[in-house]
Design a protein around this ligand. Structure first.
Ligand code: PLP
Length: 363
């Protein structure tokens, strides 16, 4: 099996596995005062310190939760209260579903945020909460967070950054750039699934979305998933050869273009590992099945829980409506190697040729 679906979940890092197993063996509930509880607490607080130091925040500003879906929802709940909400047109459903009435900030055809539109929306909605992803999960396109943060600061708005796909691949000091908060999810950078965090700027009040036993300084109720949190912290900052991965991404892209594909978002600054490839006239499902039969795991846009392929809102927002149901996402994992790249190229070319021939015959 050739796994090229890292944006769905990265393979577990060995150091994350070791830390998660050690936490599991330690046992104990960090809220308990006895010896076992203290041992669990030590693991939790060390993980918190590591996340804080990686994000240039204070440990008290790290709120562990179940993943980025929850971290984003918590940011919207806590910071979006009584504020107009503006979200990017290509945001993940974790943001879109949690802010159904938000104003939408359009993107340019290459997928980057339209800064002029953001500026006018900020003027029309004073004191807003703006939610932007650092990197898009379907195309890998990066938003200019520094520029957005400057506009938000000028307008007295708060900026929440969904850093899920960028962390570990393309780090930026988002809080230092002026963001009020950022969301991360452990399994997207080689930790186990089940843990994420909302990291907030000093002194921002966060009211719990999930209330309970007062955990996380009263900002997130529920016993923390210690093994997943320990694994998350261990995976953070693990080595990542962005230049090598970008080189392989480009080789894959060149081969796909030669086979008749269109690369979407390729003109914009992008994550090193992500390619969005459309085959005009060929349904994404057909491409996925063809590649799966050759042992290659990729996805169509973002994988939703039903596994159903629908037209991508990301591509629609980029004005690529014609290709919106015809694109696949190839996302190289941290442990990619040249064999994976060659295997993809060997499988893609005949799949594309067959599918394009069939499309032409039925036209
Ligand atoms: N934000 C982005 C950009 C994502 O890609 C994802 C998951 O794909 C999420 C948020 C949600 O993360 P999780 O499923 O870990 O809660």
């Amino acid at each position: 099996m050739i796994y090229l679906d890292a944006n769905a979940t990265e393979p577990l890092r060995p150091q994350a596995r070791a830390a998660a197993l050690a936490a599991m063996e330690t046992g104990g509930n960090p809220a308990s005062v006895h010896q076992a509880g203290r041992a669990a607490r030590k693991i939790l607080e060390e993980a918190r310190e590591r996340v804080a130091s990686f994000c240039a925040a204070r440990p008290a500003d790290v709120i562990f939760c179940a993943g980025a879906t929850e971290a984003n929802a918590l940011a919207l709940h806590a910071l979006g209260r009584d504020r107009p909400i503006l979200i990017g047109a290509t945001e993940h459903d974790a943001i879109r579903a949690a802010a159904p009435h938000a104003e939408i900030i359009p993107v340019q055809p290459d997928g980057q945020m339209d800064l002029a539109a953001l500026k006018s929306l900020l003027a029309a909605h004073p004191g807003a909460l703006v939610c932007l992803m650092a990197a898009n999960n379907e195309t890998g396109v990066l938003h200019d967070i520094a520029a957005a943060a400057a506009l938000c600061a000028e307008a007295g708005a708060l900026l929440h950054v969904d850093a899920v796909q960028a962390i570990g691949r393309c780090n930026q000091g988002w809080l230092a750039l002026g963001a009020a908060s950022l969301a991360l999810s452990g399994h997207k950078f080689g930790g186990p699934p089940g843990a994420g965090a909302l990291v907030v700027r000093e002194n921002l009040e966060i009211r719990a979305l999930i209330k309970g036993g007062g955990q996380e300084l009263g900002r997130r109720g529920g016993t923390p998933a210690l093994p997943a949190i320990a694994g998350l912290a261990a995976a953070l900052g693990a080595p990542y050869d962005a230049a090598q991965i970008a080189g392989w991404r480009d080789e894959i892209e060149q081969a796909a273009l030669a086979a008749g594909a269109v690369a979407i978002g390729a003109g914009a600054p992008r994550l090193p590992n992500t390619i969005c490839l459309a085959l005009p006239g060929v349904r994404a499902e057909t491409q996925l099945i063809g590649l799966d039969m050759a042992g290659i795991c990729v996805s169509a846009g973002s994988a939703c829980s039903s596994g159903k392929v629908t037209a991508s809102h990301v591509l629609l927002a980029m004005g690529q409506g014609d290709l919106a149901g015809q694109a696949i996402r190839v996302s190289l994992p941290w442990n990619a190697d040249v064999e994976m790249v060659r295997a993809f190229q060997a499988a893609y070319e005949p799949m594309a040729r067959r599918a394009l021939r069939k499309t032409a015959q039925s036209a």
